[in-house]
Design a protein. Sequence first.
Length: 218
Amino acid sequence: MRIRLPRFLLPLFILFIAGCAAPPPPGPDCSATPCVALTIDDGPNRNTAQVLDILAAYNAKATFFVVGSRVEAAPELVARMVAEGHEVGNHSWSHIPFPRLPEAQILAELENTNAAVSAATEGYTPQLFRPPYGSYSPRVAAIVPYAPVLWTIDTGDWEAAGYQEIVRHVRQKSGPGSVILMHGFTRKTVRALPEILQNLVDRGFTFVTVSQLLARRP
Ligand code: NI
């Protein structure tokens, strides 16, 4: 799922996000240790429990950008995300691109998703928003009351030829401060995840949530 923004806008968005970050949640000091933020989009789904098991085996915290309609269908998986220390972000209710939607529908997409997450988790409120397909515009920015969180590495997992391609892509592109986009709905991603985690561990990285990463940006 590709960014539809000009690439030169990305640093501006990252600065914008950093400026809007909530007070620092407890987490590692990413100025002293190299950090990466894994982000897993479009769930929860039939792979989510296994993804959570793999993350737990590496004691890795991640950020799940969830789709509200799926939260409603599997609230127990979202409760588990929060209980296990992961961050949950809002990825709209129906995963529809926002730029052509009326304002009221954009707000409903966000509010209904937050309500589903809150109901699933006894009150957890997402602090982050990732636009479906990364599709964003100045008009959407003026409507949405959250900073958008995009990514610095798109694994391309959903269209990868095989899991090794995903592993290789992350190994080659990742560095301190990377925000890595993955999708939990593909089995290739689930198969790649342990190797991705092991490679990053071997290279000395700490896994943080997006809010932790942004709070620690200089
Ligand atoms: Ni998505």
